[in-house]
Ligand binder design. Structure first.
Ligand SMILES: Cc1cc2nc3c(=O)[nH]c(=O)nc-3n(C[C@H](O)[C@H](O)[C@H](O)COP(=O)(O)O)c2cc1C
Length: 368
């Protein structure tokens, strides 16, 4: 038993679609919670006007009845309001009538740092738009909605997941973030940053060292690297551990099997150890600059400025929400693998029985 998520949808196409399989029956979903998370994803100081345009209403098509899952595939659609401006340019079928609106002329000026050039070469597209539309982070809306579903499931295990910004444009103090964003905007430049996701109440024993693809640290790294513009992932103290001695780096085990430190970020051997899970992701500066970088016109082969298209100055707050969803999804997937069950009660019962077997949490001084 595992969770699976398939998504489709271009940034300015008619809609994003998602199909989730592997959820137990009887899980109650809160429509407002999904829309709250989607609204959080649109927020942030440096976002483009697109974020005000989109409403991100989730239309559930299957797998849910009267607010509770049926144990069947859950399918939903999030319509792109902006598609109205791209109806001709992003028409799925050969468009009728006169060319009008956005997307009518081919993009041939690939942006360094975006998927434009690599995607156009790979798929043989003359119009770079055919690559950038799916590479765009618009699809993260579907992943955030799936993350809210994952968090609803994890809540039944007493597990919470929360993402936050740690650094923006090299600034570690939140007081400096708006100023840094304003300065970058004035320079027609972009910024990146670092986000952290913390999961509390995680049962020990999720993930496995039995095979490398089962390691939860590996899966979390893949899930976070799967998010656009993420170029680095740390578990716990991550890179800083490399500069310490073993005596300073590891979390000593106290009676009651507790730890006074959590430098490992809640994972040892790719398995959760009962401590809070702590992971961080580094986001590069966004590749669409209003002061374009040097590129080459693919139509002429001549030097040219890269494509300038409406874009965020920075999207680090949004990344915190997307990373939270990615971690929640991966944790929920590992929990489904461990506790299984067709009905929510089976899943919750297996979790309870497991905690009883390992006598978790341990009373201080208890002996096995
Ligand atoms: C929430 C979010 C919003 C983003 N917004 C933009 C944007 O407005 N403009 C842009 O050029 N890139 C944006 N990106 C990053 C690009 O999607 C990403 O750099 C591009 O797809 C290439 O992938 P790569 O950076 O992983 O190599 C965003 C990423 C995220 C996670």
């Amino acid at each position: 038993m595992t969770l699976r998520l398939a998504t489709a949808g271009e940034s300015h196409g008619p809609a994003l679609v998602a199909i989730l399989t592997g959820l137990p029956a009887g899980l109650e979903l809160d429509r407002a919670a999904i829309e709250r998370d989607l609204a959080r994803r649109r927020e942030g100081y440096g976002r483009s006007p697109r974020q005000q345009l989109e409403r991100d209403e989730v239309e559930v098509l299957a797998g849910l009845r009267h607010g509770a899952t049926l144990g069947t595939p859950l399918a939903f659609v999030i319509r792109n309001r902006d598609h109205a401006n791209w109806a001709w340019g992003m028409s799925p079928w050969p468009p009728e009538g006169e060319a009008s609106g956005k997307g009518t002329s081919a993009v041939t000026l690939p942006r360094p740092g975006h998927a434009d050039l690599a995607g156009a070469l790979k798929f043989g597209h003359d119009d770079v738009r055919n690559a950038l539309e799916r590479a765009s982070a618009r699809q993260t809306a579907a992943h955030v909605a799936a993350g809210t579903v994952a968090k609803a499931l994890l809540a039944h295990l007493g597990t919470t997941v929360a993402g936050s910004v740690r650094e923006l444009g090299g600034q570690t103090s939140a007081e400096d973030w708006e100023r840094a964003t304003d300065e970058a905007r004035a320079d027609r430049d972009t910024l990146g940053g670092i986000v952290e996701v913390v999961a509390e109440g995680v049962p020990p024993g999720l993930g496995s060292y039995a095979a490398k693809e089962d390691r939860l640290d590996a899966r979390l790294a893949a899930a976070l690297m799967g998010v656009q513009a993420v170029k680095g992932v740390e578990v716990g103290e991550g890179f800083a551990l490399a500069r310490l001695r073993g005596s300073q780096a590891h979390d000593e085990i106290e009676p009651g099997l507790t730890r006074e430190t959590n430098r490992a970020g809640g994972l040892e051997g790719g398995v959760t150890n009962g401590n809070p899970l702590v992971v961080r992701a580094a986001m590069k500066p966004l590749p669409t600059l209003m002061r374009p970088l040097r590129s080459v016109d693919l139509a002429s082969g001549e030097p040219a400025d890269a494509l300038v298209e409406r874009s965020d100055v920075q999207a680090v707050e949004a990344l915190a929400v997307v990373a939270e969803a990615a971690v929640a999804w991966e944790l929920a997937r590992a929990a489904r693998e461990k506790f299984g069950g067709d009905a929510l009660g089976d899943f919750v019962g297996a979790h309870r029985a497991y905690l009883e077997r390992i006598r978790w949490p341990r009373a201080r001084g208890s002996v096995r």
